[in-house]
Design a protein around this ligand. Structure first.
Ligand code: PRX
Length: 636
């Protein structure tokens, strides 16, 4: 049996059972058969769930870029590693071979070393989807620096807090970025972010928009001249399996964003294994994931997973509706994409347009199509299946998280029969369980429970940067001995999982995780605002959108309400980013509170959804009369 690849359902069950019976042996064979290690591990796994201490391939030595690039050079040196598809379809796509990628990564690694970056240093990367982004990640990994990519749609304040949190002394950015018909002043955002980040010594600036941007002497340097004079010989750093590879921030339901730390060995094994199986990758496939590398999907399934398999991976700089609604399908046709991976929100936004945009293009190259980031509703699933997959290509609805490193629950194409809205079976090695409120495992079908994982897998994040206690509290305390995902799910009679959504105060808007508390904190800083409560409500395109209930101070009461709404959204935009803007803002006289002062969000959620049927027990409310007032003024 080929350990790396599951061929049919019988094999899946065999593998799955083996992975539960003998998890160490299972992962050890995969790690042994498919990678280059400088030194083999002493022990496959050591863990203590109560302390959230997990180590895989203990004392193994490796460099992930040797596995992503160097290992392929003999056989695949001239093969395309990355296809860069620019924002503007009139600009030529770039095909970067494995040989070229090797050169570019080595040069960049040398530049970073020359600039003083050392093993273990944090490098913040704030770049658009241009080849320098992938090259920067790999160059950091090559020299053992820890990359912390911040999605280049985040605001200066959000960027600042991430730089400060991980104490990054180096930033890599660009003069500007293109997004549809707009260009964005990235360097300006970085400059603003750095006003209060004195730790940053060096900013390397790539050129994309060729705009004239101010360069701070001693701190800011153009990247290209440094690359031009750098050597393309670079000896990769020897890393321990458990050395951090990167930090990636994700929203929490409370407080500041959590810097999830992924380490080298386990993440490598897990992303490579899952990429191969979840996308049923074969040599010479052309794989495209539409995510941004600023999110985990891009880390694991644009950069690391595909390159570890020697695949050709597409990086797309643009957006689905520029210059028109056919852009995705034009790219599929142009590059003869075999695997296409996107988010339900993109599917929904394209599904509302005429199918002519799809029909104009030849999608016959497609073999497998995937979905990620939020539950895919039945209608979107069928549209995707009928028009994009053309009922030939299985949809792999992949459930996973920033914290899990790679896909956890998903149908294996041509192996697991699909079922709309179900992520189906856990992958081999993933011991999923559903828990009830009393912390007992749910055995029954069709009962919603809290989704937990009861045994470590190699891709699990190891900690929250600088705050291990928060890592324990967030993920390992609600259900002792288990990793708690924060998601609700149910299981059908054959064991398929359906994810029902978050069970905490995180709302997924257009596939982006947004904690409501940080948005409330931002709003409450507005001088006219007294207090606020944010909840999610269902939205046709975004999946969920945000509804804000806001009480005003005296000064706010006399203001024009629409102006105030715009100001509040602008405030959110600068503090967090435009993705966190509120769709609806209702100014209210008070918020429903319990006697202990807690806002009863359950009621606000129902009002936002327009469901007035049953508010449940309101007897503990201090101000029950407020509920009717809020309800009467609800914004449609
Ligand atoms: O609620 C789940 C939802 O997205 C959350 C993780 O978000 P993030 O860390 O940003 O990672 C997104 C990309 C992996 C999960 O807790 N989610 C993700 N994929 C699915 C999903 N919900 C339902 N179905 C999915 N396929």
């Amino acid at each position: 049996m080929n350990y790396y690849k599951v061929e049919n359902l019988e094999q899946y069950f065999k593998m799955y059972n083996k992975s539960v019976r003998e998890p160490r042996k299972f992962w050890e064979r995969i790690a042994d058969e498919n990678f280059t290690w400088y030194q083999r591990w002493d022990k496959v796994l050591e863990y203590d769930m109560s302390k959230a201490e997990i180590q895989w391939f203990v004392n193994g030595k490796l460099n992930i870029t040797k596995n992503c690039i160097d290992r392929h050079l003999n056989k695949r040196g001239d093969k395309t590693a990355i296809i860069f598809e620019p924002n503007d379809p009139k600009e030529k796509a770039q095909h970067i071979t494995y040989n070229e990628l090797h050169q570019r990564v080595c040069k960049m690694a040398n530049v970073l070393r020359e600039q003083g970056v050392k093993k273990g240093d944090r490098v913040c990367i704030y770049l658009p989807m241009i080849p320098e982004l992938a090259v920067s990640l790999l160059a950091c990994a090559r020299i053992g620096a820890i990359h912390s990519v911040v999605f280049a749609g985040f605001s200066a304040t959000a960027l600042n807090s991430r730089i400060v949190d991980c104490d990054a002394k180096f930033v890599i950015t660009a003069d500007g970025s293109y997004r549809g018909n707009k260009s964005i002043d990235l360097k300006g955002i970085v400059d603003e972010a750095l006003e209060k980040a004195p730790m940053v010594q060096t900013v390397l600036v790539a050129k994309r928009t060729n705009t004239d941007v101010p360069m701070k002497e001693g701190r800011d340097k153009w990247l290209q001249p440094l690359l031009d004079s750098a050597s393309s010989n670079n000896v990769a750093e020897i890393m321990d399996s458990e050395n951090p590879l990167f930090i990636l921030y994700t929203s929490g339901s409370t407080g500041k964003p959590k810097g999830m730390v992924h380490t080298t060995g386990g993440y490598m094994v897990y992303t490579a294994y899952t990429f191969k199986n979840v996308f049923r990758y074969e040599e010479n496939d052309i794989y495209w994931c539409t995510a941004d590398i600023g999110w985990i999907t891009g880390h694991s399934y644009i950069v690391y997973g595909p390159l570890l398999n020697g695949a050709t991976t597409v990086m797309f700089e643009g957006i689905p509706n520029y210059p028109d609604f056919g852009r995705f399908w034009e790219i599929v046709e142009k590059h003869k994409i075999t695997q296409f991976y996107t988010a339900p929100t993109a599917i929904r936004s394209l599904a509302k347009e005429s199918t002519e945009w799809v029909e104009k293009h030849d999608l016959s190259s497609l073999k497998v199509i995937g979905s990620v980031g939020e539950p895919i509703n039945e209608e979107a699933w069928h549209w995707y299946n009928n028009h994009i997959g053309q009922k030939r290509c299985p949809i792999t609805d992949t459930w996973w998280q920033t914290e899990t490193g790679g896909v956890m629950i998903a149908p294996l194409p041509f192996v697991t029969p699909t079922k709309p809205t179900y992520a189906t079976f856990p992958l081999p090695g993933v011991q999923a369980v559903l828990m009830d409120e009393k912390r007992n495992e749910i055995e029954d079908n069709q009962v919603v429970g809290s989704l937990c994982i009861k045994f470590p897998w190699p891709g699990i994040a190891r900690t929250i940067w600088g705050d291990h206690q928060r890592y324990i509290d967030t993920y390992f305390s609600a259900f002792p001995g288990k990793y708690f995902t924060g998601d609700g799910a149910l299981r059908d009679e054959v064991g398929y999982y359906r994810i029902t959504g978050r069970v905490d105060d995180v709302v997924i808007v257009s596939g982006h995780n947004l904690g409501t508390a940080p948005i409330e904190d931002a709003i409450n800083e507005h001088p006219a605002v007294a207090e606020s409560a944010i909840v999610g409500f269902p939205h046709d395109i975004k999946g969920n959108a945000l509804y804000g209930f806001i009480t005003l101070k005296e000064t706010g009461l006399t203001r024009d309400q629409n102006n105030l709404r715009n100001e509040i959204n602008q405030h959110i935009s600068t503090h967090i980013g435009p993705i966190a803007k509120l769709d609806k803002i209702q100014f209210v006289a008070g918020l429903p509170k319990t006697r202990s002062g807690k806002i009863m969000r359950r009621i606000l959620r129902k009002i936002a959804e327009g469901d007035f049927s049953n508010f449940g027990d309101t007897s503990t409310l201090l101000n029950p009369e407020i509920v009717d007032l809020i309800k009467d003024d609800r914004i449609e």
